[in-house]
Design a protein around this ligand. Structure first.
Ligand code: PFF
Length: 459
């Protein structure tokens, strides 16, 4: 009963390219920048355990559901949801799920691009020898100077948005496939090199202990929420990016095994990033809970002291820019595709509009690290003390992505007929289908709802 819908935006050239592209979307700043600093802020091992549980029980079923819906609908998330809801004789208001995803994509990309801008700035700092032989205080000073200068941040943010839009304009196949195929394996190798350095020069035992010895007294409702939000963020699920990529997936590819491969690659890269960073943190008496500056204050120390450090540092930050780039593209692709479908405009016009909007929202994040760093929003509420950047990240990652994830599972598990989902997933073993359905219908939605209730103090 395969549907005869076709994607007007094109297809991946093969199943493997989908895995590369989806892994390119999943592996990004979330793994190398965000995971270590969140683990650092939330007590290490306890956060890691919760995050791994969330990946397995919530993230993977949501990812499979998202690819399933995307491939069946073959258009942008808004239109995919519209078409599929009509097919099942349900309300077309389901397309609002796609709209929420597009909004989340704008919100995330607006700050993601500023952080990717830091990475670009560090490529230049490393090649100009700024970090040769520096002390940890000097490294910290370089970072503080960067974030306290709005003009520099603005410059790098603008450059990153332009880079992203250039690839989006070229279309997924020509722009994206080439980049991910080549760069992801090199990034992976380089992270291994960093782990090897940390093993020899860092306090590896302290790093291991921090990441893998859970101290359950550190688990608060907020840590649980952050671990869940991060599982969604790092797999790029809950907002339609993977649904969009699924819509370009050839009919004969297996959704189950491709999703597992993507989730596994993503998790391995995050853990390796942690193993590269924390041994350096502990060997240099740095603060693991220092927040978003963590990798920018630790890795340059390693590069500044290792043989060939300038070269490795240059390569590392360059590859991190590429990893961020391939993720950024997927954050904006649903919006670009929807504008094309809705207003029949060209890909260029659509990309320029989306790029300008994201750039403008990003100014809020640029200023949250300097001019506005003392303006904290919403005093007296649970969101008190958050800057504009914190707020965007909190709302998008911790609330919107998990909410989107539940709705995706509810649609795939409850609204869509069993015949349709079975047909689209085409899992070889019936028990694997049964497991997916159990997770998508009950475990993932109930898990997210319980965590939300826990944070609200109701459970
Ligand atoms: N998964 C990306 C990362 O870990 O950096 C970020 C991301 C991309 C989140 C795409 C959401 C998304 F739709």
């Amino acid at each position: 009963m395969t549907t005869s819908r076709a994607s007007i935006h094109g297809y991946w050239s093969s199943r493997v390219m989908f895995v590369f592209a989806a892994a390119g979307s999943a592996i990004g700043l979330g793994n190398v920048w965000k995971f270590p600093y969140m683990a650092g802020e939330s007590g290490g091992g306890a956060f890691v355990v919760l995050y791994l549980i969330c990946i397995a029980l919530l993230g993977i079923p949501v990812m499979m559901s998202e690819v399933l819906l995307g491939r069946r609908g073959r258009s942008s998330p808004i239109n995919t949801m519209h078409v599929l809801a009509r097919e099942e004789n349900r309300s077309t208001s389901w397309s609002l799920l796609g709209a929420m995803g597009i909004l989340a994509g704008f919100m995330i990309l607006s700050y993601y691009s500023v952080i990717a801008g830091w990475t670009l700035a560090y490529v230049v700092e490393t090649v100009s020898g700024t970090f040769s032989g520096v002390s940890s205080e000097e490294v910290g000073e370089v970072f503080n100077q960067l974030v306290s200068d709005p003009w520099r941040l603005l410059f790098w943010h603008t450059l990153f948005i332009v880079l992203t839009m250039v690839v989006v304009i070229r279309g997924v196949r020509k722009g994206l496939e080439m980049a991910v195929r080549l760069l992801m394996p090199i990034l992976f190798t380089l992270i291994l090199v960093m782990v090897a350095y940390a093993l020899v020069q860092g306090d590896f035992y302290a790093g291991l202990k921090f990441l893998f010895t859970p101290d359950f007294s550190k688990i608060t409702p907020d840590v649980v929420l952050k671990a869940m939000g991060h599982a969604f963020f790092t797999l790029s699920v809950g907002m339609g990016a993977i649904m969009m990529y699924g819509s370009y997936l050839p009919d004969d590819a297996s959704i189950g095994s491709t999703s597992l491969q993507v989730a596994l690659a993503d998790t391995v890269v995050a853990i390796l990033a942690g193993l590269a960073i924390f041994p350096i943190v502990f060997a240099n008496n740095l603060e693991p809970g220092q927040g978003p500056g963590l990798i920018f204050n630790t890795l340059p120390l390693a590069f500044g002291h290792m043989p060939g450090g300038m070269f490795f540092g240059f390569l590392f930050f360059t590859l991190l820019v590429f990893a961020a780039w391939t993720s950024a593209i997927s954050l904006i692709e649903p919006a670009v595709a929807w504008l094309i479908e809705r207003f029949s405009i060209s890909r260029i016009t659509s990309s320029v509009i989306c790029g300008l909007v994201t750039w403008a929202v990003g100014l809020g994040t640029v200023f949250s690290f300097n001019h506005w760093n003392r303006i904290k929003l919403l005093d007296g509420t649970p969101l008190a003390g958050k800057s504009f950047f914190d707020l965007l990240d909190y709302l998008a990652a911790n609330i919107m992505l998990p909410l989107g994830g539940i709705l995706i599972c509810v649609f795939a598990g409850w609204v869509m007929s069993e015949a349709s989902s079975r047909d689209e997933l085409r899992l070889k073993h019936s028990c694997v289908y049964g497991l997916w359905r159990l997770l998508a219908r009950y475990v993932a939605p109930a898990g997210v709802i319980l965590i939300f209730l826990h944070v609200l103090g109701i459970f």
